[in-house]
Write a protein that binds this ligand. Structure first.
Ligand code: NAG
Ligand code: NAG
Ligand code: NAG
Ligand code: NAG
Length: 304
């Protein structure tokens, strides 16, 4: 143990300009990133695992965070299933062009040595570029949500914890109706947001009313004010889709039934403020991290 640690320390001290030595218990470790980046990375790994545990993502889908030390960069894993994310899968990317800079927790790994990223990291880069206040983004293929774009109906907030969906109906991004200047005829029509132009078009679909864009035939994009916040919004978007589906069916069944109206703007706004507060969001986060901690599949090697 002692030999391993001192070896790591020598390697890291040589490769780092400003090494930060943290003492955890009796073992000394050198950690490259700042404490702020480490804190965000801890949440990002938990977020990847929680989104899988809650069935918001499956093998596909991803969550990212703006770099708290540099607002021109974001952090997300290279292309792996979110359930399998560890600190060594985190990559720091340019927001400008979604180019990989380095492994977040091993800055000596740069350029070609970085494993391939998600093709759709442009979703994240372009949302951060368009919205300076956004610090967390999720993209997911949640099946409960997809029917709403399929029939051309946006989600409306049906319950307080999904207030951030807004009251007008979430915007719907339709890949198949993009103009050829955004999606040329000879480009692959595989629904994937694989370049800046497509990412920019998706980001431009957001409305002030809603923190979610539905992607027809594909999934959703969610923006948030922190990693925890965007996970909360993503999960309750899925739950809201379940409620709205059930309410729509029930409304169509009985005499006098009606389509679900959703919350009023006043209630949706006030409920969002309450539910997304540190207190309630924190309560959810405490439960979700406790749940993923019980599952050997998920490894957060940054959390002591
Ligand atoms: C870390 O984050 C805190 C809270 O956002 C901030 O006040 C502080 O300045 C940050 N530290 C550094 C070194 O950026
Ligand atoms: C912040 O990120 C940009 C883009 O990667 C980079 O050019 C710049 O040097 C960084 N700033 C600092 C202070 O590291
Ligand atoms: C990506 O953007 C960064 C920051 O603007 C820039 O330094 C870099 O040269 C760009 N890389 C490519 C491949 O365009
Ligand atoms: C960083 O990556 C290099 C190249 O893969 C590797 O040799 C080194 O052991 C890694 N350092 C740490 C601390 O994991």
């Amino acid at each position: 143990m002692f030999e391993d640690n001192s070896h790591m320390r020598i390697v890291s001290l040589r490769t780092l300009t400003i090494p930060l030595v943290l003492l955890w218990g009796t073992s000394a470790q050198v950690v490259n990133p700042s404490q702020n980046v480490t804190n965000v990375a801890i949440d990002l790994l938990d977020a990847s695992h929680i989104l899988h545990f809650l069935d918001v993502v499956d093998a596909f889908g991803h969550v990212s965070a703006r770099n708290p030390d540099n607002t021109s960069q974001f952090i997300m894993t290279f292309a792996i299933a979110p359930a399998l994310a560890t600190s060594q899968s985190l990559v720091t990317y340019e927001i400008d062009n979604a180019t990989a800079i380095q492994l977040t927790f091993n800055t000596s790994v740069t350029g070609e040595a970085i494993p391939s990223g998600f093709l759709e990291r442009y979703i994240h880069a372009e949302i951060y570029k368009a919205f300076p206040d956004v610090t967390g983004v999720v993209h997911a293929h949640t099946t409960n949500v997809i029917p709403f774009a399929a029939v051309g109906i946006g989600l409306k907030a049906q319950m307080g914890d999904a207030g951030s969906l807004g009251t007008h109906g979430t915007p719907i991004f339709d890949f198949e109706t993009l103009p050829t200047k955004i999606l040329p005829q000879d480009a692959s029509h595989n629904l994937l947001i694989g370049n800046e132009v497509l990412g920019n078009a998706l980001a431009a679909t957001f409305s002030d009313d809603s923190q979610v864009v539905l992607m027809k035939g594909h999934g959703m994009a969610v923006r948030g004010t922190s990693v925890r916040n965007v996970v909360f919004r993503s999960y309750y978007t899925m739950e809201n889709a379940n409620v709205q589906s059930a309410a729509t069916l029930l409304g169509a069944l009985g005499i006098g039934g009606r389509p679900p109206q959703g919350l009023s703007a006043r209630v949706a706004t006030d409920a969002t403020t309450t539910f997304e507060s540190e207190n309630l969001l924190g309560r959810a986060w405490a439960l979700w991290t406790a749940q993923v901690d019980k599952e050997p599949l998920y490894v957060n090697d940054l959390r002591p």
